[in-house]
Structures are given as structure tokens and as C-alpha cells.
Design a protein around this ligand. Structure first.
Ligand code: GLN
Length: 316
């Protein structure tokens, strides 16, 4: 394996002239305040090494990357019954789209578009008060990242609660179809807080490591999910993790990945590493512009694409 530190250093210096490209999410007022000229990357390998560059220690808003972790919690709680409430197909539409929901009787296409994630949050909320569900999620994230300093940014959560008209529409629409069991305000109270988690690239790379290691924390041996479940979550990330940009991300990068409008992306190289990248400027479909380019460079320079042959070091 080529020296990963020199690979991430090379990516950072190649991208430095482009810092600030893309458009910061401004439909959530708190996110519009973030300096777009930031870039960080962290790679946590299954053998316990960590490689970082740039603003890898600066916290950012996890946003939709939280959907991976909430799906993991929901699967742990009700198992395969999750799939009675949400599908497993790419949507081919925007993350906050409502168009398919009516045709498909309130069953969202997949757990990573907003409607699907809201249904997943409804599952996690069952039997809890909203505060308890938020607490369970926060504890889970701290456990996975092995870092109790992780917190939720109340300002970001409030900002979304005040302006999340589309999410309220999606939630109420699903409730009308019987696919939301709690009041929309309660479910979205949890959803906005899960999205408002502040996390650094280093913490996120560590939190995602179980997905690269057959469901286990490779450092402690602690099992988070079964190997089969980890494979399936990765499959969903590959096919649905970037909304209407999922096909292009698979084509260019070839790794399971999940983006968020805070500018973060979590990518998984199964058997090798978990990678977190963050740069706030987004492309047209709401995925980090430079983050996607960085992952494309990383996949080309390491040969980590899941479509490469075993042991292949095919580069570029
Ligand atoms: N909290 C954001 C929203 O619901 C998450 C969207 C995203 O990151 N793509 O709009």
C-alpha cells in the first residue's frame, strides 16, 4: 500500500487552489454562516492507523450522514421490519422531494432521502420520549467514535426547526398514509437534532469504521452489527447515499458513501478503511463538491474502488 499520509497530503495540495468552490447550503440559516474555504479529510484504517489533513479537527454539521447511524439503530431495534416502512431503491430525485411519496402510498424509496430518514427516526422514537431518542443516538455516536466530546449544536437544530417546511410536509404526508406513528413535531424534533450533531472528520472516520470491518470495531473487537448487516448498509450507501448523484458518485469514486448538506461525506472502503471528508461548498445535487473530488482522487490513488479486482492496485 502506498503511503496514505502522502496521498492525503497530495490531495490537499492539489485542491488548495480550488477551496471555496461550490455553494454552501443556505436553506438552513445557521449553515449559511460557515466559511466555505475549509477542507478536511481523515482516514481510519482497519488496522488502527489514522491519517488526517487540513481541517480534520474542525467540527461540522453531520446532517444527512446521520441517516446511516439512525438506520443502524432502527435495524437493531426492529430488524428487517424496517423494510415494511421504507424501500431500498435509489430515488432518482432530490433529497427533499415529495413527488414519489403519493404514487408509492407514503412508503419512501430508501432510508437516505429525507422522507425515508424521517420514517426511520419514527422507528427509533418508538417507546421513547424525543429527548430519550436523541440521547440514545448521541451515546451511540460517542461510543462509535470513542469520544465523549461529541455534542449536538442546538442552534442548528433550532434553525432547521424554524425553516424545515418541506420536512414538515413530508412527515405530515406520511402520517396521512399511516407511515408515521408519532406526531410530526416529535419525529422532526429528533430528526433535526440528529442532523445537528457536530463532528470532526477524525471522529466521523472512526465512527464509520465498523462498516469497513464487517460490522465490528476492529480495534476493540466489539460487534456493532452483523457482517451481513454491514454489507447491506454499504450497499444502500453505494446505491442511495448521494441522492440523485448516487450513480455519478459510484461511477467516479466506486465506494459506498453518504453525504450531508453540511459538506461532509463518509465513505467506506470495505476491509480497508473508513474515510471522512468535509468541505462546505456543495454541487447542484447537494453533495460536497470538493469532498467528492477528493474521494475520486483517493480512490484513483489507492485502487480502493469496490469494483477493482482483489488485490488489484489498479490506479487512475
Ligand atoms: N437536515 C437536512 C434536511 O433535512 C438534511 C439534508 C441533507 O443533508 N441532505 O434538509
Amino acid at each position: 500500500m502506498a503511503d496514505l499520509q502522502s496521498i492525503v497530503d497530495g490531495i490537499y495540495s492539489d485542491l488548495t487552489p480550488r477551496l471555496g468552490e461550490g455553494k454552501v447550503a443556505d436553506y438552513i440559516p445557521e449553515l449559511a454562516k460557515v466559511d466555505p474555504k475549509q477542507f478536511g479529510m481523515a482516514i481510519a484504517t482497519v488496522d488502527g492507523q489514522l491519517f488526517t489533513v487540513g481541517d480534520a479537527a474542525t467540527p461540522f454539521s453531520i446532517q444527512s450522514i446521520s441517516k446511516v447511524f439512525m438506520l443502524t439503530l432502527a435495524l437493531g431495534k426492529v430488524g428487517e421490519a424496517v423494510w415494511n416502512r421504507v424501500g431500498r431503491e435509489p430515488s432518482g430525485s432530490a433529497f427533499n422531494s415529495i413527488v414519489q411519496l403519493e404514487h408509492e402510498h407514503g412508503i419512501p424509496r430508501n432510508p437516505f432521502i429525507n422522507a425515508g430518514a424521517i420514517a426511520v427516526t419514527d422507528i427509533v422514537l418508538a417507546g421513547y420520549q424525543p429527548k430519550e431518542a436523541i440521547g440514545e443516538y448521541l451515546r451511540f455516536m460517542r461510543m462509535l467514535a470513542d469520544d465523549d466530546a461529541i455534542t449536538i449544536d442546538g442552534k442548528v437544530a433550532r434553525s432547521e426547526n424554524e425553516t424545515g417546511y418541506r420536512n414538515f410536509a413530508l412527515a405530515n404526508f406520511m402520517r396521512g398514509f399511516g407511515n408515521l406513528h408519532h406526531p410530526a413535531e416529535h419525529v422532526l424534533g429528533v430528526y433535526f437534532h440528529q442532523c445537528a450533531l457536530s463532528i470532526t472528520c477524525t471522529q466521523l472516520a472512526r465512527a464509520g469504521l465498523f462498516l469497513a470491518a464487517e460490522g465490528k470495531n476492529p480495534l476493540t473487537g466489539h460487534s456493532v452489527v452483523s457482517a451481513k448487516r454491514a454489507r447491506r448498509i454499504n450497499a444502500l450507501m453505494l446505491t442511495c447515499g448521494h441522492y440523485d448523484g448516487s450513480g455519478d458518485f459510484a461511477f467516479r469514486v466506486g465506494l459506498p458513501g453518504k453525504s450531508g448538506v453540511g459538506g461532509g461525506i463518509l465513505a467506506v472502503a470495505p476491509g480497508k478503511a473508513s474515510i471522512a471528508v468535509w468541505s462546505p461548498g456543495l454541487n447542484k445535487v447537494g453533495n460536497s463538491l470538493l469532498g467528492s473530488v477528493a474521494l475520486e482522487m483517493l480512490a484513483a490513488r489507492t485502487g480502493w474502488s469496490v469494483f477493482a479486482g482483489h488485490g488489484s492496485e489498479s490506479r487512475a
